[in-house]
Design a protein around this ligand. Sequence first.
Ligand SMILES: [Zn+2]
Ligand SMILES: [Zn+2]
Length: 267
Amino acid sequence: MFVDSHCHLSYPGLHERLDSIRAEMAANRVDAALCICTTLEEFDTVHALAAAHDNFWCSVGVHPDTEGLAEPDLQTLLALARRERVVAIGETGLDYYRLNGRSVADMEWQRERFRVHIRAARETGLPLVIHTRSASEDTLAVLAEEGAGQVRGVFHCFTETRAVARAALDLGFHISFSGILTFRNAEELREVAHEVPLERCLIETDSPYLAPAPHRGKTNTPAWVPLVAAKLAELKGLPLETVAAATTRNFEQLFGVRVAADAHPSA
Ligand SMILES: [Zn+2]
Ligand SMILES: [Zn+2]
C-alpha cells in the first residue's frame, strides 16, 4: 500500500472529481493521503475532506506564497490545529522564487509567518510540513533559531542539494520526494534520494502539480504516487514493496496516524 503525504485535493480540477480520484486511488493501492492547507480561507474545505473520509487527514497553515489573504496568528493556528483529523502544521516555510522585484530583506513578513507556524508546531507537538524554494539557507536558519530540537516534520517536494538534505536530517526532519524524481533533468536530486536513509523518506504527489513520468504535464492525483515510490525503489535498489511499506510506516510515525491496510477508499 502507498500513502500520498502531500496533495491539494481541495483545488479546482481535483475537488469536483473526488469520487473518481478515490476510485483510482483504490485501483492503484493508494490507501491514504494527507490533504494540505495553504490558506486560512480554504481550511474548511480541506478539513471537510479529512472529516468525511477515514483515509484522509489534513494540515492547517498558510503557504509562504499566499499574499493578500488572511494572515495567520498563533491563536488561530492553535485553535484550528485542535480540530479532529488535523495532524500537521503547514504547509509553511520560505519561498524566494517569486520576489516580484523585492529583495530578500523585504521578505521579513514570510520569515515572521514561518516563525508563527513553528511556534504552533512547538505548542501542539504536531509536525511541520515545510515548503522551501530558493530559500534553503534561511529556512534552515529560522528552523534552528525558532524550533531547534523541539519540532519535527518534513521537507516536502524536496529539490534541494545533498548539503540541505543533510542539514534537514540533522534537524531530525523527514524528506519527501515527488514526481520530480522521475523528471529527466533531475539527476542531482536522484543522487540525493539515493543517499537519504529509507527510514526518513516520504513520498508525495503535490497534486495537482508535478505529475510523474509518463504523465508529466497532466493534472496529477494521489493515484500516481506509486510511480514516485517505484523510482525511489529503483534508486535504492530495493523491491517496490519494501519502499511502499517503509514510506507508509514513516508516514504513520511522523503524523501519529494509523493507515488501515484494508481501508481501500471506495468511490
Ligand atoms: Zn509546497
Ligand atoms: Zn503543496
